[in-house]
Design a binder for this molecule. Structure first.
Ligand code: ADP
Ligand code: MG
Length: 436
C-alpha cells in the first residue's frame, strides 16, 4: 500500500516459527499484571511528573503531551470510564546454557497495531502446512483473534459511557497504510451495532466541539469513545492537531488512550519502573504480580545527568554490542545500535539532552531460518529472529476495574541484519508461533 489507493498484502513468513510454549504461557500470564501496572502509572500524577521531569526539559514531543496532561488535571478530568488497549512486546534472550528467557522490549499504550491482521494469519499457516501434507502440524497453530478482544474492550467502554446513539471516533492518519488492520476491529463493533466514524485530527479541529458538560460532538454526533490510531509521533502533530488533541482530552469521552496512559507507555517510564522497589510502590500488596513483571525486565539505564548516567554511558561505549540507545519515540527505526550508538553517546555525554534517551540491554535471540514474503520482492530465505506481542485490554469505571484480559498475540519476524524496525517500518513480517 505504498501509494494512495493501492491495495497490497501485508508481508508474512511462509512458515510459522518455533516458540517455546513455556515462554508463550509466561507472556500471557503476565499480561494482566502489565494492564494493572499501566493503569496504576496513568493515575499516579506524582510518579509521572517525577519520572518525566528531566525528559520533558529536552524532548518537545513528550513535553507537549505532558502539558496537555497537566492542563486536563488542572481543569479536572471529565472522563469517568478508562479503556486500555495495549500490546506488550518481547524477545527471547538466549541464555549461556542454551535456554531462552522472555524479555520485554516495550509496551505500546497507543495505536498498538496488527491485532486485526494477526487474527487472519493462523489460517494462512494452517493452509501452507496442509498443502505440504502436514495436517498434524497445521492443527498445532494456535487460534488467535485479538481484533475480537480489542473490540470487546471498546464495546464495554462504549456501553459504560451510556448513550445509545453515541459513536466510536477512530482518529486515523491522512495516508493510512494499515487500514485493513483497523477495519477488522471496526467490523467487530459493527456486528454489535456500534458505529465507528473515521476522522483525522484536522476534522476534529474543524468540526469537533464540547458542550457545557464537556460531552464531545463530531459533525453533530455524540462520541462515546475516541480510539487513536494516530498521534504517537511528532510528525502527526501540527499546532492545529495539538489543539484538537487537547479538545479530545478535555472531553468526557473515553479516550483510548488518555494522555496519561500514553505517557505511561514512554520508554523513560519503562526504565524508571525497572528501578528496585518501584513496582512495589506502584502495586502495593501484590508481590506475585511484581515478581512476574520483574522477571520480564531487561537491563534498563537512566541517562539523566549524574554518576549513574555517566557510568551507563561508559559501559555502553566500552561494549557497544550489548546496548541499545532509545529516544522517546514510537513507530520503529528510532533506536541507535553499535557504532552509531557510540557516536551519539560521545556527542550527548556532556549535554543535558542525554536525559531524553534511555539505554537498554540488547537482547540477543537465537537465530533460525524462515522464508520472508513481501509484495514486489522475491521470496527470500534468511536467518531470522522474532518478537512476540501480547494484546491486553482493561476497562476501569471510576476506581473499579471492570475488565482485565489478554486477548491474543502477534508474532513478527525479521532478518537478523536489521537491528530495528517493525512491520510498518518495512523490516519485520507477520508470523505465527508454532509452540514446541
Ligand atoms: P518502537 O517504539 O519504535 O517500536 P522499540 O523499543 O519497540 O521501539 O524498538 C524497535 C525495535 O528495535 C524492536 O521491534 C526490536 O526489533 C528492536 N529492539 C528494541 N529494543 C531492543 C533490545 N533491547 N534488544 C534488541 N533489539 C531491540
Ligand atoms: Mg516496538
Amino acid at each position: 500500500m505504498a501509494k494512495n489507493k493501492v491495495v497490497s498484502y501485508a508481508p508474512f513468513t511462509l512458515f510459522p516459527s518455533l516458540v517455546t510454549s513455556a515462554l508463550l504461557e509466561q507472556a500471557y500470564a503476565v499480561q494482566m499484571d502489565f494492564n494493572l501496572l499501566v493503569d496504576a502509572v496513568s493515575q499516579n500524577a506524582a510518579f509521572l511528573e517525577q519520572t518525566l521531569s528531566s525528559t520533558i526539559k529536552r524532548d518537545n514531543f513528550t513535553a507537549h503531551l505532558f502539558d496537555i496532561h497537566k492542563e486536563v488535571l488542572k481543569e479536572g478530568v471529565a472522563q469517568t470510564v478508562f479503556l486500555g488497549l495495549n500490546r506488550s512486546d518481547y524477545m527471547f534472550q538466549r541464555n549461556a546454557d542454551g535456554s531462552a528467557a522472555l524479555k520485554q522490549i516495550e509496551i505500546n499504550t497507543i495505536s498498538a497495531s496488527f491485532g486485526g491482521l494477526a487474527s487472519r494469519t493462523p489460517a494462512v499457516h494452517r493452509h501452507v502446512l496442509n498443502v505440504l501434507g502436514k495436517t498434524k502440524e497445521a492443527a498445532k497453530i494456535l487460534s488467535n483473534n485479538p481484533s475480537k478482544g480489542l473490540a470487546m474492550g471498546i464495546a464495554k467502554a462504549w456501553e459504560l459511557y451510556g448513550s445509545a446513539n453515541a459513536r466510536v471516533l477512530l482518529i486515523a492518519q491522512e495516508k493510512e497504510r494499515n487500514i485493513f488492520d483497523q477495519r477488522a476491529i471496526e467490523n467487530e463493533l459493527l456486528a454489535r451495532n456500534i458505529h465507528v466514524i473515521r476522522r483525522k485530527f484536522e476534522d476534529v479541529s474543524e468540526k469537533g466541539s464540547l458542550d457545557q458538560d464537556r460531552r464531545l460532538f463530531m459533525d453533530g454526533q455524540e462520541v462515546a469513545v475516541v480510539y487513536f490510531r494516530d498521534g504517537y509521533m511528532p510528525s502527526h502533530y501540527s499546532l492545529q492537531n495539538w489543539e484538537a488533541r487537547l479538545l479530545l482530552e478535555r472531553s468526557c469521552a473515553v479516550k483510548c488512550p488518555d494522555v496519561a496512559t500514553q505517557l505511561a507507555g514512554t520508554k523513560k517510564v519503562q526504565q524508571e519502573l525497572s528501578r528496585s522497589g518501584m513496582l512495589e510502590v506502584l502495586l502495593p500488596g501484590q508481590p506475585e504480580a511484581v515478581a512476574r513483571l520483574r522477571a520480564t525486565f531487561a537491563g534498563l539505564y537512566s541517562l539523566d545527568m549524574g554518576e549513574e548516567g555517566d557510568q551507563a554511558i561508559t559501559e555502553a561505549i566500552a561494549a557497544p554490542n550489548c546496548f541499545v540507545l532509545k529516544p522517546q519515540r514510537e513507530g520503529g527505526g528510532n533506536n541507535l545500535y553499535g557504532e552509531e550508538m557510540v557516536q551519539a553517546l560521545e556527542r550527548l555525554k556532556d549535554s543535558e539532552e542525554r536525559a531524553s534517551y534511555i539505554l537498554m540491554e540488547k537482547i540477543e535471540p537465537e537465530p533460525f531460518e524462515n522464508c520472508l514474503l513481501r509484495p514486489g520482492s522475491p521470496a527470500r530465505v534468511a536467518q531470522c529472529i522474532s518478537e512476540l506481542g501480547i494484546f491486553g485490554v482493561y476497562v476501569r469505571q471510576g476506581k473499579t476495574l471492570v475488565m482485565n484480559k489478554h486477548v491474543g498475540h502477534l508474532l513478527r519476524t525479521k532478518a537478523i541484519e536489521h537491528a530495528d524496525g517493525g512491520v510498518a517500518a518495512g523490516v519485520a513480517v507477520l508470523d505465527n508461533p508454532y509452540p514446541v
